[in-house]
Design a protein around this ligand. Structure first.
Ligand code: URA
Length: 295
């Protein structure tokens, strides 16, 4: 081989790495990573990569009549963690019912291991604003910023929410309490699954009872679906009052468009503006405006 050939060979060698027993060309790996990023992947969900092909092999090995694993073969790598709590919804119900204060509820959520989302999240996002305020906003789930900060609605959508509230004289510093249906960030900000929501709902219901709001603002379709049980789309339900019963008392709920949706569809802000006017009128009709709106 000539000099150029040797150098080319050395480059090729330098670009090949032994990764857990598999020789990988760094350029291929980078190309695949760039492809994943372009497809929208923004984080690794597990600390170690999950080899799904190996998992399929492992399933096959469990079939009756399958050959035993060959000597020296590696055990299957871990897939997503199995729930650590056998019946997480019942456990969530028991725990939530046993909490008699918002602080106890926060501590119970922080100790709860029944929601698989928690394994990938940095924080348990409980609430922000004035605990006990008469106005409660409920969103969907924490995003990346909220996961970092441990507080709901601190990213761009949160800033828009603050402006929306300010337009009708509300603010989380004075008279609004804010939480989400989910207390942990779904990886990549995907819509939470019905199972994940069902595990978090007992905590949310107890959260509403303990916070005892007099008016609830539902932000977006996920909050509407899980809090009200209504399955019609948000564009159909927004702007019409719904009812929530907490501790035998009816609390009016207004579904409106999620601020993250409004950032993507600014032309829809006029619909949200209409909903905000409805909320302002109801606050006055209920006499909530005469106080500082806090219990
Ligand atoms: N979107 C939500 O629904 N909740 C948050 O906390 C942030 C963004």
């Amino acid at each position: 081989m000539g000099r150029l050939g040797d150098r080319g060979q050395r480059w090729r060698e330098a670009l090949r790495h032994d990764y857990a027993g598999v020789m990988v060309d760094v350029r291929d790996a980078l190309f695949q990573l760039a492809w994943l990023v372009a497809a929208g992947a923004d984080e690794a969900v597990l600390d170690v990569p999950a080899d799904r092909f190996r998992r399929i092999d492992a399933e096959a090995e469990r079939q009756p009549g399958a050959l035993p694993p060959s000597p020296g073969s590696k055990p299957p790598s871990e897939g997503p963690a199995a729930p650590l709590v056998p019946d997480p919804i019942s456990r969530a119900n028991e725990l939530a019912a046993s909490c008699n204060s918002l602080e106890a509820l926060r501590a119970a959520l922080e100790a709860f291991e029944g929601c698989p989302l928690k394994t990938a999240a940095k924080s348990t996002v409980f609430a922000d604003g004035i605990a006990g305020a008469k106005i409660l906003c409920i969103g969907e789930a924490p995003g990346a910023e909220e996961d970092k900060a441990g507080k709901p609605f601190v990213g761009r959508a949160g800033q828009l929410l603050d402006r929306m509230l300010a337009a009708i004289g509300l603010s989380r510093q004075q008279n609004v309490y804010i939480t989400n249906v989910l207390n942990w960030r779904p990886p990549g900000n995907r819509v939470p699954s019905p199972e994940e929501a069902a595990i978090c709902l007992p905590f949310l219901r107890r959260h509403i009872e303990l916070a005892a709001p007099e008016l609830i603002i539902l932000l977006g379709g996920t909050a509407v679906r899980h809090v009200s049980g209504r399955t019609d789309g948000i564009l159909r339900l927004r702007g019409t009052w719904l009812e929530y019963f907490a501790a035998g008392k009816m609390v009016p709920m207004m579904p409106t468009l999620h601020p993250a949706y409004l950032l993507r569809q600014p032309a829809q802000k006029r619909l949200a503006w209409h909903d905000l006017q409805e909320i302002r009128a109801r606050i006055h009709a209920l006499g909530l405006a005469d106080t500082n709106l806090s219990n």
